[in-house]
Design a binder for this molecule. Structure first.
Ligand SMILES: Nc1ncnc2c1ncn2[C@@H]1O[C@H](COP(=O)(O)OP(=O)(O)OP(=O)(O)O)[C@@H](O)[C@H]1O
Length: 611
């Protein structure tokens, strides 16, 4: 503790530049007293300093590496404010060790030099104010800081382009009166010209001057370079596929010639005659025969992307009931497809029929599972019906290729609703009540599946907000259930071995789902993006809660809406139980669902009593 005191006194000494003394009665910073009683310091408990605010007190020294290093070494500190002083010199480049900081205020000083790159590693930062200094050079890549709600840098000498920030989330933004250049990024209509004015070389909306056609900047050059590399990669990949295709074709022809067999068309007919046709599932009322049968046939998938390269030669199993659209699986294979995303576990394609009956086809990569096991698994999932779990429409499995087909959901995902909306089109309407309702729906659906598929040990395996879709009634539906044996991130004992099903214990799969569900709860409560499998978000939430600054974690939208703090804290407690580092200590999903339902009932009771 004496060391902490001495470090803080050194920090003050350096900042003050000898002008003001830390021990002055106004400050009372000295070795003999409790630092929590010193001027400008706030603590949660003894020695747990959460805030240092030395604002407008005549500091005229510098903030060097040692000084900033001291602040970084005290992990409890969330806020550092030294604004309205005359501190000079550079801002030291030591921020990679200060990840705990949430607020950094350097405004109205005499800081000069460049804004250090390491500031972009402060991924818990919410507010950054470096305005009214003498800072120069280009701004670092601040868009890595997903939760930033305030960025003020006006009245400096900054050059280069405005960084591509997440303007949907920013509440305060100003870079006016610098030497910034290039086009103003899309400010999402949230900030007017006053926030970018006074930069003579900036152009584009909301400024009056249109951007002239200009040679590509260093930044865009490197982006173009990346694009060219990407296209070259695609061309190379396509060429490899074409050669492979030709090779297979030539070999087949050679073989056919040698064996003196019938032409391909006849061969196909023979194989179709021989193929078994069996009913996998009794269809519900109104189904047509197209979706009732499992048939064997030869086919290839025609689409404008790499799916078209697939030479799949075995059966596509149709398991769904909802066939009023009268589609045959041949139609599925012929229809044009669009790549929707390429995730860690495969790619997702939208297959378009142009009559509102589009399908989503998941192409799974690198899954070591036998054809029989995969088929049993898919059928089990299909039999375990729950209205909020999307059942597969069809699936296909060969050694090289695994496809699972779902109905396409045009209303987007929970991820999109949380992170890609704006005031006008959804973000503000995703209120506390709706978030609680989504949490409870998902928890109940997963709890049901865990219970029904307990013996088989089939969990979701990859639960995350982009796999929670909204159906036509805007009800949350979980997609891709059971497409992975488990996710490899939340249970250290099975780290990096998730793709080998034989090594995965059922309990791990379920406990991993509970962890992932906890991360979704954190996403709903904080509105923050999940990176690094939720570990960063979980760590940040833990650190803020530990400091008894719990309210700081909640999404500003929820606070502004007046959502019940008590119930948000209760839901946070549930999330923290789910993300317990010890898998054994995590509650089972049915308990999680019960806890959330209790919170939801309290919410409903309070609405009724308020009414
Ligand atoms: N049935 C569906 N209908 C419409 N969109 C869907 C459907 N299923 C998933 N999506 C969306 O398609 C996009 C790509 O999905 P994909 O599963 O490839 O991504 P991912 O979940 O990030 O990847 P992975 O599952 O491999 O980790 C996501 O935005 C997802 O929300």
């Amino acid at each position: 503790q004496d060391d902490v005191k001495q470090s803080l006194l050194d920090f003050f000494d350096e900042l003050s530049g000898g002008g003001v003394r830390p021990a002055d009665p106004d400050f009372g910073w000295n070795q003999t007293s409790d630092p929590c009683k010193w001027f400008g310091i706030d603590c949660t408990k003894q020695y747990d300093i959460k805030r240092i605010a030395l604002e407008g007190v005549g500091l005229a020294g510098t903030l060097d590496k040692v000084g900033m290093g001291i602040i970084c070494s005290i992990e409890s500190i969330l806020v550092l404010s030294v604004q309205n002083n005359s501190i000079g010199g550079g801002i030291p480049d030591v921020f990679s060790d200060c990840k705990h900081l949430t607020h950094l205020f350097f405004a109205r000083n005499k800081f000069s030099g460049e804004v250090p790159d390491s500031i972009s590693s402060l991924n818990n930062l919410k507010k950054l104010d470096i305005s009214n200094n003498n800072l120069s050079g280009e701004l670092p890549d601040l868009n890595k800081i997903s939760g930033l709600v305030m960025f003020l840098a006006e009245n400096n000498n900054l050059t280069g382009q405005i960084p591509d920030l997440d303007f949907v989330n920013l509440q305060q933004f100003n870079v006016s009166f610098n030497n910034l250049s290039g086009p103003v990024p899309d400010l999402d209509g949230r900030f007017d010209a006053s926030t970018v004015m006074g930069n003579s070389q900036l152009c584009g909306k909301p400024l009056q001057n249109k951007c002239p056609p200009s040679p590509p900047s260093k930044h865009s050059k490197s982006k173009n370079g990346e694009k060219i590399l990407m296209y070259l990669g695609y061309i190379l990949l396509a060429a490899v596929f074409v050669f492979f295709f030709l090779f297979v074709l030539l070999r087949r022809r050679k073989k056919n010639a040698e064996e003196k067999v019938t032409p391909l068309e006849n061969k196909k007919m023979e194989s179709l005659k021989e193929s078994k046709t069996k009913t996998t599932k009794a269809s519900t009322e109104g189904s047509s025969t197209d979706y009732k049968t499992t048939s064997k046939s030869e086919y290839s998938i025609h689409s404008p992307n790499d799916l078209s390269m697939s030479m799949v030669s075995q059966s596509l199993v149709i398991v769904t009931r909802s066939s009023e659209k009268g589609l045959k699986f041949e139609d599925l294979l012929k229809a044009p497809a669009e790549l929707l995303g390429r995730g860690r576990y495969g790619s997702l394609y939208k297959v378009m029929f142009g009559n509102g009956s589009d399908l989503a086809v998941k192409r799974i990569k690198d899954w070591v599972i036998s054809k029989e096991e995969f088929q049993t698994r898919m059928e089990k999932i299909d039999q375990t019906k729950h209205p909020n779990i999307m059942a597969p429409v069809a699936f296909y499995c060969s050694k090289e290729e695994k496809l699972v087909v779902y109905e396409f959901q045009p209303n987007g995902s929970l991820y999109k609703l949380l992170h890609c909306g704006n005031e006008a089109n959804g973000r503000s309407t995703f209120d506390w009540g709706s978030r609680l309702s989504v949490a409870s729906t998902i928890a109940e659906a997963v709890a049901y599946m865990h219970n029904e598929l307990n013996e088989e040990g089939i969990g979701h395996g990859n639960l995350k907000s982009s796999n929670i879709m909204f159906n036509s009634n805007m009800e949350a539906c979980i997609s891709e259930y059971g497409l992975m044996p488990m996710d490899d991130t939340s249970t250290s004992s099975v780290h990096h071995v998730a793709m080998d099903q034989s090594r995965v214990q059922p309990t791990d799969t379920f406990k991993s789902d509970v962890y992932k569900f906890g991360v979704i709860l954190l996403e709903l409560l904080t509105g923050k993006l999940v990176q690094n499998n939720g570990f960063d978000l979980a760590r940040w939430v833990h650190s803020v809660v530990r400091e008894e600054w719990t309210v700081e974690v909640f999404d500003k939208g929820l606070i502004m809406e007046g959502a019940s703090e008590e119930r948000m804290v209760n839901l946070l407690q549930v999330a923290l139980k789910c993300i317990n580092p010890s898998a054994a200590a995590r509650p089972p999903m049915n308990q999680v669902a019960n806890m959330i339902n209790t919170i939801r009932e309290e919410e409903e009771r309070s609405i009724v009593s308020e009414a």
